[in-house]
Every structure is written in C-alpha cells, then in structure tokens.
Design a protein around this ligand. Structure first.
Ligand code: ATP
Length: 231
C-alpha cells in the first residue's frame, strides 16, 4: 500500500470526531471518501496531512508512521492536500502561483501542468484573482502537482462548478491518474466519484461503515440509499 490509515482518532477540542478511521490507497489507485455532511471526511484528510494531529492511530506512508509529524514534514514526504477553498494566491499570476510551489526534485514541470490544463497556459500572465472558479480549482491542483506529490488528496474539487467545467476537471483528473498518482477524493458528486475511483469508503459519524469496489458500489442501490440518501 502507498498509504494506510490505521484506526485514527481525532478531536476538535473535546469533540471526538474521528472514531477509529481505517483506509488505504495503493500506488496508482483512486479511492473516494463518501458520506453525509459532517461525517468526518474533511477531518480525515486534515488528520492525514497533519493539519490536525490524530490523538491515536497510525498514518503509514511507504512504511513510516506520519501521525504526529508537523504538516510541512508530511507535505515534504509527498502527501498533499488540495483544500476545499483552493488556496490560490490572488495577487500572483498563474505562472507565479505554479513556480512558487515547485520543488527542485519534482518530476512535474510547468509544461506538464500546461499540457493537462491548457486553460492555465492561456491564462498564465493573469492574476490568480482574475480566474473563474473552475480555473482556480485547476490552478490549485496544478500547484499541488508542482510539489511532486505521491498521494494527492482533493477536497470537493468540483463543488459549485458548472457541469461543463466539471467534465473538464474529471478528464484532467483521469490524466493525472494515468500518470500513476495515488488519489484520495472527497466529493459529493457521485457521478464524478464513480467515473474516477477504483474503490469507495463511506464514513458515518467518524467511522468507516462501508467500503466497496467501484463496480460493487455502482450495483449496490441499498448502500447508496442507506448511507448517502440517494437513489
Ligand atoms: P462536510 O461535507 O460538511 O464538510 P465532512 O464529512 O467533511 O462534511 P467534517 O468537516 O470532517 O465533515 O466535520 C466532521 C465533524 O466535525 C462535524 O460534526 C463538524 O461539525 C465538526 N467540525 C468540523 N470542523 C470543526 C472545527 N474546526 N471545530 C469544531 N468542530 C468541527
């Protein structure tokens, strides 16, 4: 496994939010974390990258336990979160946003980012604040790639975007997957999830209550209804 989360417990103050979450992602695999609002999906991502330190449990990455390390050390190992509110620098140009994220040893160069996201190349001299919501999302993903991640985690990458832009981002994420990237995706849009993922996990009240292959999940109307209230 590329990354294995083993029985993590995380708190906000005294609120015990994650109650023993376990999941894993293999090299080149895309897994989703699904679940209703407040189930603990974002908290799981934050606990993996060390923005929130798990009180108990392990985050094993290529054999080492990352739980408890400072978040910059976890990022330097190659576990990268693209947060929900995108984190683009509005006063810098697109190209500056990308180059300032670059790591010297990164296999990802500007031209690789521009190949996947041609809109970013067109907009490279524009300020981050002049981009549409979809373009900002693309830039946030591009910035993450420039840091040379081995595991890319995306929190609701298509939320609030128009369907045509959603399709564009799905196609781009497929290209990133095809490079062999391991991806953990939190996303409410099930259509997007089932187009991209190999496996799914469903969280409920801070625990994993269900997991299945993509084909298994697609065929399981009962699970969709019971855990997600759809179908
Ligand atoms: P959503 O789609 O609503 O973001 P989620 O599954 O990502 O759902 P989390 O954001 O992980 O859910 O939240 C899990 C629980 O933790 C919720 O009950 C939420 O109210 C609580 N929570 C989230 N952030 C904080 C915080 N900063 N301080 C205190 N409680 C929080």
């Amino acid at each position: 496994m590329m990354l294995s989360v083993e029985q993590i417990h995380s708190y906000y103050g005294k609120s015990h939010i994650l109650q023993g979450v376990s999941l894993n992602v293999a090299e080149g695999e895309v897994v989703t974390l699904l679940g209703r609002n407040g189930a603990g999906k974002t908290t799981t991502l934050k606990s993996i990258v060390g923005v929130l330190r798990p009180a108990l449990g392990k985050v094993l990455f290529q054999g080492d336990n990352l739980a408890g390390l400072a978040s910059y050390k976890i990022a330097a190992r190659g576990v990268c979160l693209v947060p929900e509110h995108r984190g683009v620098f509005k006063l810098l140009t697109v190209e500056e946003n990308l180059t300032m994220a670059a790591r010297r040893e990164s296999a990802w160069q500007l031209q690789d980012i521009y190949r996947i996201f041609p809109r970013l190349k067109e907009r490279r001299k524009n300020g981050g604040g002049q981009l549409s919501g979809g373009e900002q999302q693309m830039l946030a993903i591009g910035r993450a790639l420039m840091t040379h991640p081995k595991v890319l985690m995306l929190d609701e990458p298509v939320e609030g975007l128009a369907p045509v832009i959603v399709d564009e981002i799905v196609a781009q994420l497929k290209q990133i997957k095809a490079t062999g990237m391991s991806i953990i995706l939190v996303e409410q849009n099930l259509e997007v999830c089932t187009q991209l993922a190999d496996r799914h996990y469903i969280l409920e009240q801070g625990s994993v209550v269900y997991s299945a292959s993509n084909a298994g999940f697609l065929a399981d109307d009962n699970a969709k209804d019971r855990y997600l209230g759809v179908n």
